[in-house]
Design a protein around this ligand. Sequence first.
Ligand code: SIN
Length: 194
Amino acid sequence: MALDTTQQNRRMTHFNDHESIWLFGYGSLIWKAGFDYLERRPAHIRGWTRRFWQGSHDHRGTPTAPGRVATLLPASGAICHGMAYRITPDILGPLDVREKNGYLREVVTLRFADGDTAQGLVYIATEDNAAYLGEAPAEAIARQIAAARGPSGPNRDYLLNLDEALRALDVKDAHVAELAHHVRHLDSEAPDAR
Ligand code: SIN
């Protein structure tokens, strides 16, 4: 898969003729929308689990020292909680650029707390993308995150903002909480490294 997925996503015309589209965010899209939306609601999707297995060359790291950001892995029986945004189709262009480092649009069923469901889009970085890093021990992932920084800022801010946003939503995500715990511990050992 190309390093830049913008063109691939532009060819994905699903929902383009709709007046509004539901977008499910599970990473930075939870705590940093950065785009206009018509409404936002906490939501979840089934069959996916959040993992810091995607490399970031463009936002939270560099090509030679990539950071680690969230993607989703298929997992039977899993539930991934996040934030749903109802957007107009013109927002997808800038989103494709923001998510260009390996993420592809995928159609999913969004489920809201009141039992409502809606078809929508989510950006997922699958393991065949050029920036994919995959599984590693939690301590190693945390060390990489604590050290990395890119044009959007320190990688640790991405992780800790996500951890705080999930707590604010009353969502327990053991993977994110474990990484955040390790990174805070590393910070307390070497506060000047921040
Ligand atoms: C998302 O937040 O839904 C996608 C991954 C990211 O941009 O952090």
